[in-house]
Design a protein. Sequence first.
Lengths: 330, 357
Amino acid sequence: MDQLSQTLGRFGGVNLLPVAVALIAFVLIGAPSSWVTLTVAGLAMGMMIFLMASGLSLVFGLMDVLNFGHSAFVSFGAFVAASTLAYFGGWLGSGSVALASLALIFAIAAAVMFGMIGGWFFETVIIKPVYKDHLRQILITMGALIVAEQIILAIWGGTPMTVPRPAFLEGSWIIGDVSIEIYRVFALVLGVAVYALLYLVLNRTRIGLLIRAGVENREMVEALGFRIDRLFIGVFMGGSALAAMGGATWAGYQTLIDPTLGAEMMIIVFIVVIIGGLGSIEGTLLGALMVGLVSNYIGFLAPKMALASNMILMVAILLWRPAGLKPAIK
Amino acid sequence: MTQDKTTGALIVKAIVLVIAAALLFAPFLFQDVRSVEVAARICIFVVLVASYDLLIGYTGIVSFAHTMFFGFGAYGAAIALKQLGNTWASIGIGAVAGIALSLVLAVAIGLLSLRVKAIFFAMITLAAASVALVLASQLSQLTGGEDGITYRTPDFFKTATKLMTDEDGKVLRIAGVRMNGKLAAYYFVFFTSLALFIVMLRITASPLGTVLKAIRENEARAEAIGYRVVSYRTFVFCITAVIASLAGTIYAIWLKYTGPDTALSFAIMIDILLMVVIGGMGTLWGAVIGAVLLVMAQYYLRDLMEVASEATANIPVLPHLLEPDRWLLWLGLIFILLVYFFPKGIAGTIMDKGART
């Protein structure tokens, strides 16, 4: 038994979990073509959720701030991106791939910019006064979430909004009898790129070193003379920007969005963060992939169970590892 | 804390007494249907908010599953009344079923949260509540889905029931109020709510309440003295779940309708949070004040905002923001400002005034 767990540990330990889930699902589903489709869908969903969840996890890890208003950035990102795409509707319809991708880049950039500015505002105005007071943090960020949702309702109205997406991301590739939606591949690639970037920043730069050190032991980093609050504002802005980017890709994926989007995603984001272990990017990725894969497989195998699948997953993982799969905080 | 012995505390208690008196005579004082509706809603929300206050104000744990328990009670009574007929027995069965389900889930969530960090508690309860909400709208054979369930309550509460008759055999009127089943229903709501509130007051005054206050004031010290903080918290979580479930049953009997919007939706959770924070956490009196203010605001602030919106129609952005549908925006802002500047809420702030040593 010990030997088995050692061997497993050498090959990646908990990192193997998504692979194991995929293999079990392969046996249960039986048909390779639907398995591939579901796996791609699950991975794409996982990467989008990862975008939304990573900021929340880092913010909590670094500053012990639990931001219930995080999902507001997801909603705002989705709506800002949708509006930008609608504004450049002519470019999308022009048939030129270059113009369409430019419009797409603008949309995501607008969402990211909004996330950064909003994040800065949120951090300085809402959260700064209540550091180190969990109860008031939860209350205040909850209040901010209410206000943000109302602002979205006031600006974009309560009716669902269709999101135009570039023609080159429509449709799907068909290889043999496997069909893969192109947008899912796009989301997957974007997610992997962001993860790679985050990984490099956190592990190869001085700022990343400070962030990781801050997550591990904030007082020590402060004692060594680094201004961790400034670093925190940066992380908060980055996290909010990632959430907005996640919202933007999610909007393109759903193609029909309404103001409750953020609140719906918030539950999944929380589950992912809890599963992954607060404060670690790898854990969040792992949690997001697990949630994405499991909810897609279960949705196919037992549609009635789909609703509860995330909850059951969370409970199971918490019973096994109370601090999440890869916690960064001791 | 000498909070109980200030002139402010007397003022707060006086306010609560006035509110209680107003609620007691509400059918006689305000003789239109809407006011009685408001009064009954206030009664039930006082119980619901006070039970939440017991949780957040006395133990400092934030749960987002309170509406879930409320909903269990409401759906329990609703389903029992619908399936088993409109008798008192079915109300009893429904209430007990709601309480049982609430207890099981409260214990499960409590035990699970023992294993994880306290901050997870808020997230886990939020996730559980959202699953309950989705389940309620999915299991449509049982719960009526999004449409909810309409059912009949015991005949005693029918508007046609005559409690007292005059010489002609018609419904007796006292001070212009018909002595009919509707009145009985209101007083059923009022007295059960009052009883539950008194039970909660008793809990806070009991040795258990003293321990809870000790935990709130200094958790580490309470633990050091030898009280098992986690057990106490789980216990209180279960008690509040039961009370919330009972409040749900009462609400279901009063409304004769139960649906996701009236019993389970996240909007109710937000209302409860607003009421607790605006009223003042950790006093129970604050729950009364908060519930009264917010329920009144829900019914009457919208009218006021409609007027304001029309009055400012010529100014560009203002009417948009003053639209009646945007009232939650302003409440949210007030909520944030209150948490910043008056974390003790209305009751707590008044109670601190005029300290007598």
